[in-house]
Design a protein around this ligand. Structure first.
Ligand code: DGL
Length: 268
């Protein structure tokens, strides 16, 4: 049986939080990771522009590589473009959307926080999820590009200050009735799980969609537990790093290596 090939896609390093779960459940797959740092952050882009960009980039990638399935490991891209992408591509596309429904089973005080990018927070997809699954709950929302950037900095080897995470969550931290359950509606945020949990005095449920995505991939490609012998997963980015960013690029290479990728290169 030939090895299946899956593309994991995000604007930046956030998709690694999804990749980690997917690979755990499907170790026999060869993974490609593509991140679009040329147009990062996605959470600030206009929907039509984003759809066009995704069509172009993903079409070009699947033309070059034999890909069996694409994981859009980005809530922003998924909530905006999933429908168009599925209409366009014949291979299965798995998307990640905020885990509102699971959060409704976990909350005890009925207050759920949705933490996502500004685009996801303001988009109609999240509103529909809330209407459908959480109409009887109080759903508080924060759209933050700052947190996305902090997650990037962390994996680029820079120190991040807890005070900056607290500043991003400030609107919730002053409330008398704070959320007891927070939906990490951006794939960058599970990379800051400990820092986010550390902002709350009480125990907090942090919910993401990683394991649900992993299950969906297994369902679509079938289960095969034999890990592939060689660790030859490959990662690509769309905008070259400058010479003065060499130290951060090396740190990023180490981060990708730690996740199991043995190459990180400019996508051309
Ligand atoms: N990781 C992305 C998400 O899940 C997007 C972050 C961004 O580029 O704004 O929404």
């Amino acid at each position: 049986m030939s090895v299946k090939q899956v593309l994991i896609f995000d604007s930046g390093v956030g998709g690694l939080s999804v990749f980690e779960q997917v690979r755990k459940q499907s170790p026999s797959i060869k993974y490609f990771y593509l991140f679009d740092n040329a147009y990062f952050p996605y959470g600030e882009l206009e929907p039509d522009f984003l759809i066009g960009r995704l069509m172009y980039l993903l079409s070009s990638f699947v033309d070059k590589h034999q890909i069996d399935l694409i994981v859009i490991a980005c809530n922003t891209a998924s909530t905006v473009a999933l429908k168009s992408l599925r209409e366009h591509f014949s291979i299965p596309i798995v998307g990640v959307v905020p885990a509102i429904k699971p959060a409704t089973f976990l909350t005890k005080n009925g207050v759920i926080g949705l933490l996502a990018t500004p685009a996801t927070i303001h988009g109609s997809y999240a509103a529909r999820l809330i209407d459908e699954f959480a109409a009887d709950k109080q759903v508080l929302k924060i759209g933050s590009t700052e947190l996305v950037k902090l997650a990037e900095l962390k994996l680029h080897g820079k120190l991040i200050a807890q005070a900056d995470i607290e500043a991003a969550l400030a609107a919730w931290l002053v409330l008398e009735k704070m959320p007891d359950t927070v939906v990490l509606g951006c794939t960058h945020f599970p990379l800051l799980k400990a820092e986010i949990a550390g902002c709350f005095k009480h125990k907090i449920n942090l919910v993401d969609s990683g394991s649900a995505i992993a299950q969906r991939v297994t369902q679509l490609l079938g289960k095969n537990d034999t890990a592939i012998k060689e660790n030859n997963h490959q990662a690509y980015f769309t905008k070259a790093y400058r010479f003065d960013e060499a130290a951060h690029f090396s740190a990023l290479q180490r981060s990708f290596l730690a996740y199991g990728f043995n190459s990180l290169a400019l996508y051309i």
